[in-house]
Design a protein around this ligand. Sequence first.
Ligand SMILES: Cc1cc2nc3c(=O)[nH]c(=O)nc-3n(C[C@H](O)[C@H](O)[C@H](O)COP(=O)(O)OP(=O)(O)OC[C@H]3O[C@@H](n4cnc5c(N)ncnc54)[C@H](O)[C@@H]3O)c2cc1C
Length: 825
Amino acid sequence: MMSLLLIVVALVAAAWLAMRRSPLWQWAVAALVIGFLSRIGWGQSPFAADLPGLIEVFLPGVILAVLAIPVARIAVISKPVYGAVKASLPKVSRTEQEALDAGTVGWDAELFSGKPDWSKLLDIRKAELSAEEQAFFDGPANTVCAMIDDWDIRHNRADMPESVWRYLKEQGFLGMLIAKEYGGLGFSAQAQSQIVSKIASRSIAAGITVMVPNSLGPGELLERYGTEAQKARYLRRLAKGDEIPCFALTGPHAGSDAAGMRDVGVVVEEMWEGKRTLGVRLSWDKRYITLAPVATLLGLAFHLHDPDNRLGKGENVGITLALVPADHKGVKIGRRHYPARSAFMNGPTQGKDVFIPMDFLIGGPDYAGQGWRMLMECLSTGRAISLPAIGSISIKQSLRVTSAYARIRRQFGLYVGMMEGVAEPIARMVKSAYAFEAARGLTAAMVDEGQRPSVLSGVLKYQTTEVMRARMNDAMDVHGGRAIQDGPSNYLFAGYMNTPVAITVEGANILTRTLITFAQGALRAHPYLYKEIEAAQNPDRRAGILAFDRAFAGHTAFMLRNIVGSFLHALTFGAFATAPADKGEMARWYRQLARYAQSFALVADWTVAFLGGQLKARQALSGRMADILSELYILSAALKRYEDEGRLAEDASVVEAIARDCIFQIETSFAAVFANFPNRALAGLMRFLVFPLGRHARPAADRVNFALAAAAEKPGAFRDRMTKGTYVSFDPGDPTGVLEDALVKVVAAEEIERKFIRALKQGIVERRLDRDAIEDAVTAGVITSAEAAVLRTADEATDRAIRVDDFAPDELIRILSQREPQAAE
Ligand SMILES: Cc1cc2nc3c(=O)[nH]c(=O)nc-3n(C[C@H](O)[C@H](O)[C@H](O)COP(=O)(O)OP(=O)(O)OC[C@H]3O[C@@H](n4cnc5c(N)ncnc54)[C@H](O)[C@@H]3O)c2cc1C
């Protein structure tokens, strides 16, 4: 009995010390006290001269006490572990190191810590625009959307009309990120993201065209690294669209592995504008470059060599960036690719032995060799804004049109949206629309607070675009033939065709998910790992060992807390996990988030420790860990949005459904990690600590999902909120306006239609809803003439909205060949 009691006391004490991340000396004191108590409990004097007995009870405490002395701990533990870590460290290339060093960590570090500090999430500014930005969003952004005819862009011109280009340039759309002092709009990341989104909801090609100059490219690189002369020469012209920029990194042999490019510059002296000038003789072969065919200013990345060490940086200077005017002698530009049959400008560029003076290098010779770091730093913010903007708007736009279509499209005498099979995908769209708008807004807000979220931007990029692809498929399925028949009135097909573009650019998704997110996240956002690796790489061995010892001690305490926390939270179903105060009905989801963040911290830690240098190769595991991090982030964003928007009662069920789905996905991914973990004993132990009572999460119930779909199929505040930021027209002559118009009219006729359907069931009228049947219903006294007019208006609007295009054969040939048919053909 006494032994059992002592075991319980020891376990409780250990759990308590672990949860507090207590230092070693406290563990030593606790162990000695328990030894002391056990002697008393067994009726022995703690000080009796009984050496074997004393050793038995006091040895653990003595060992811990010795290890609490830094010199002893370093000699016995830290030094050997330091040696082992140093020997097993994978070689990190310079480009990998620069990618790791770029960007900042924030909420991702809280999730990796296993004990998120909620204030670090909830204190991030709301996703709002300034008055000036809002006026631009409601004014010029709306105007340009109204000017855009996507079919005309896609098929008649394979380009935007001159009037749209002009308007975009005049209004400063191409220089939203450039500071006001250089004539730009100086807008926030939030505004850029929302404006690009709105335009993309009208035309993906137009959205991408606006996105690129505001994303990773000459504007941002010049603002951050340009010399004063370069800023003065280019920024004003870029802001006003007098220069069209592009940035060329990718080449035929360098896609995902962009640093492996074969483009080379050699430092030489040549005659330039009448005098001998130091510069670079440059050759490049780039492809897939957005805006290149119409660019006037070409950003180029290349490896710089300096055989005579004229720059004093050695022979291999490293990746370097230059800005070359497109009309510079030797620059080949102008040919076009045809990406996913979309009309945005994209093409190759080449140059052979083109001489450029040193002042073409971005930042001048000082920044020669710094190109990769410059790109990675810009990428960490650019990737947080551009593709999440395109992805989230595509999800919202597909919900906007699909919810309307499902409500007006009738089959078997019912509107299809009320059928469970159709309500399911619409509910998925509602949840994705809310969650990804939340994540988009949150991440842009982080950027506006000065963060450069390299890990979370990767998470958001691959998740938003993957979910965009899935929801576009849902939208296509619900529309059936209406979205397959391409033509001027097809509002979905262009977006559907373009999903692979979003998947591939700014870090192809497979690579981003399986290689970058978790591995980089573990190194950057883990509280100790990076410090340990830095210490192990310290050329000063003594300083390295001391730094390693500090980090390793913290790491051990961190791991113990995660082991105990994960296990106890799992036993209590997260009931005692932390949640911010006063969160009402959402408190339980904050607690679930905290519970699974702790499990994530534990499993992440062991995965990295076990796989070590193998992490890059074990991509299936790393991808699943990235998925867990993603779900934690998306749930965080949804909870914050709910809070920031004032806990709208109407949205509570959406957030709850998102939370259920996220937790279910997290459990599923954990299970897959454990099932495939290469070390079976460790896998079993992790499964025991994370799921001691098995898995219990259930995704959102059908009943809840159907209610969400039904709510989205009605015009009103809920539908508008779920699809906020999309361009909306009510003009029946507009491709999407025709739907909105029909939806309003169909819903206005709802009550009358019910009377009609009742009469149909009673056999009073015989046919399904059509013009003749409406007359019959009036004649039979089922509805009045005024009601018949409302019903007829709805029927006519529906008829307009469900129509698809057809073409004369020669018209179709002209569209396909983009030219007039020739008589001989
Ligand atoms: C429409 C469009 C516009 C673009 N615009 C620009 C631009 O303006 N400027 C510019 O410089 N570039 C641009 N790009 C290039 C774009 O960034 C690249 O396409 C992208 O980096 C992927 O390279 P890749 O297409 O050669 O694919 P690859 O690198 O050949 O990759 C093939 C597949 O392998 C996967 N993969 C590769 N390596 C790994 C790995 N280590 N682990 C796991 N998976 C891996 C990838 O995820 C991908 O699924 C554009 C591309 C497109 C299609």
